[in-house]
Write a protein that binds this ligand. Structure first.
Ligand SMILES: Cc1cc2nc3c(=O)[nH]c(=O)nc-3n(C[C@H](O)[C@H](O)[C@H](O)COP(=O)(O)O)c2cc1C
Length: 199
């Protein structure tokens, strides 16, 4: 089993989403002690956005790219290869202003590539990143589970599903900015979700 862990907290140290993602990996490795693990920490190694230069590089034929364009495309190629090689993807996902952190959005923009990770067929779009389990460690300062304010879960289901990743397991740690009791309760709820996901 190859595990790819993506940490999207802006905090290099002490991120709750990273902590819950680490707990998921501990459980996966208990199931398979020989599992490989690649950790990509988006705070330590920030990804570039899909800006005008990136789009120009991607839409230029490989043989005609400048060295700078080739280097820009190579960043996304490496991210795509990592997710293609993974059997299990673990995402640490804080809620920032009701959405996902910009770094996670940059990762998603990098791995979503027509003809490589999805394609359009006569029957509609087809995701090509299939056969993967995805665990998502969702951390929030407030409480949003099941509420309209949780725009993350519909978005993540849509975009990951579009890419072929439909076996999704959501672990919630909420109320983390609601005082020490809120943190205790939020992390206990995440443990309960974890136990259920690995039952
Ligand atoms: C820039 C920013 C925006 C945030 N926006 C929200 C929000 O919209 N809703 C919410 O419940 N918590 C929000 N929070 C709180 C975080 O979701 C919470 O602190 C979470 O634990 C952060 O993840 P981390 O501990 O992995 O860094 C925000 C925090 C930051 C830093």
């Amino acid at each position: 089993m190859n595990i790819l862990q993506i940490n999207a907290s802006a905090r290099r140290q002490g991120g709750h989403s990273t902590g819950v993602a680490d707990s998921i990996v501990v459980r996966l490795r208990a199931q398979d002690p020989g599992a490989g693990l690649l950790v990509r920490d988006l705070a330590s190694d920030p990804l570039p956005p899909q800006d005008e230069e990136a789009l120009a590089a991607l839409t230029t034929a490989a043989a005609e790219r400048s060295p700078e364009q080739a280097a820009r495309v190579a960043i996304d190629d490496a991210l795509i290869a990592e997710v293609q090689a993974a059997d299990v993807v673990v995402l640490g996902v804080p809620m920032y202003n009701f959405g996902v952190p910009v770094q996670l959005k940059n990762w998603i923009d990098a791995i979503a590539r027509a003809g490589v990770t999805f394609r359009y067929t006569e029957k509609g779009p087809q995701g090509l990143l299939t056969g993967k389990k995805v665990y998502l460690a969702l951390t929030r300062g407030g409480r949003h589970r099941g509420a309209e304010t949780d725009t993350q879960v519909p978005y993540l289901k849509t975009v990951l599903g579009f890419l072929g990743m439909t076996d999704l397991h959501f672990i919630y740690a909420e109320g983390l900015n609601m005082g020490p009791d809120g943190v205790r309760q939020g992390l206990a709820e995440a443990e309960a979700d974890l136990a259920a996901a690995f039952a």
